[in-house]
Design a protein around this ligand. Structure first.
Ligand code: MN
Length: 300
């Protein structure tokens, strides 16, 4: 049986002053399970005046998922949360109906993955929440050190909750590594390279794909296992989830369903009290202004 494989090239950008590579959303590939946004920020060393600084901005209809690899970031939100995120830790902010937050880098060195998880219909109007996860389960396979960020992996379960079946694993090797990993055949998967170079051989796919940072290898449902081979130090994120029938609508920091929702949310954020998104206390700077809402079409 052959599986569907795509090479996805990230676009390069800048978030709050640091270089990022954005794998999702991409032309032709908007989701991997509920993962709807995937930024790889850094690795970079920036002087204090150039550190990442993202002023208060709103979110709705999603969870933001921050996985810190190097450096420290201070998170503040409209619920009153104030939390330093350190290497090896996850922050999960579920916006639901609406929340706002800011992010400030506290270190010159920065390396993280910033991901969004779309909320299903039944959960997207839920009350906002913020959770910090300082310890995540670890396991090793063939020279790769795995950290289970979300979901079940190799007999370990991440404490990070999700509202749809989802997988996130960080796989890091300090030298040569070769591992065969079992995959859930109901899931679609993405292999997002963060460092080094890895040969990826999905079962049922004829070619071996060599992947480096800036490329995400998409592997469709029905793939039972994959072999990963690295000749030197490498790091990648394995993302997975049950495919969605219809992609959500993404615009600015909002995940919705209908174009008209975006106008309502933009008007809310333009209010002095932030409307449903509230106010972030303590951030030393202005909040981000909402851009004009463009003509949007329902996805699908
Ligand atoms: Mn944000």
């Amino acid at each position: 049986m052959s599986v569907h494989v795509e090479r996805i090239t990230s676009h390069v950008g800048d978030v709050g002053g640091i270089p990022i590579q954005r794998a999702l959303p991409n032309k032709g590939r908007r989701l991997i399970g509920a993962w709807c946004f995937a930024d790889h920020a850094g690795p970079a060393t920036l002087p204090p005046q150039q550190r990442m600084n993202v002023g208060p901005h709103p979110h709705t209809g999603l969870s933001t998922f921050s996985w810190m690899i190097e450096g420290e970031i201070l998170h503040r939100d409209s619920l009153g949360s104030e939390q330093v995120l350190r290497a090896g830790q996850v922050n999960l902010m579920t916006a639901g109906h609406g929340i706002s937050h800011s992010e400030e880098s506290l270190t010159d060195r920065i390396h993280l993955a910033q991901l969004w998880i779309a909320l299903p219909d039944a959960e997207r109007e839920r009350a906002p929440s913020f959770q910090h996860f300082p310890d995540l389960p670890r396991c090793s396979a063939g020279g790769f050190e795995g950290t289970v960020l979300v979901g079940d992996w190799a007999g370990h379960r991440s404490p990070v909750p999700s509202f749809t079946p989802l997988l996130g694993v960080d796989l890091a090797a300090s030298g040569p590594a070769d591992a065969v990993l079992a995959l859930d055949t109901r899931f679609e998967h993405g292999f997002m390279l963060l460092e080094g170079e890895v040969e990826i051989a999905p079962a049922g796919h004829e070619a071996v794909e060599t992947v480096a940072p800036g490329t995400l290898l998409y592997v469709g449902p029905g793939c039972a296992s994959v072999e990963l081979r690295g000749a030197a130090a490498s790091r990648l994120l394995l993302l997975g989830g049950e495919p969605w029938a219809e992609p959500p609508l993404l615009w600015w920091n909002f995940v919705g369903r209908e174009p008209a929702e975006m106008t309502v949310w933009a008007q809310d954020w333009a209010r002095e009290d932030g409307g449903r998104f509230g106010v972030v206390a303590g951030y030393p700077g202005p909040r981000l202004a909402v851009p004009p809402v463009p003509a949007l079409r329902r996805p699908g």
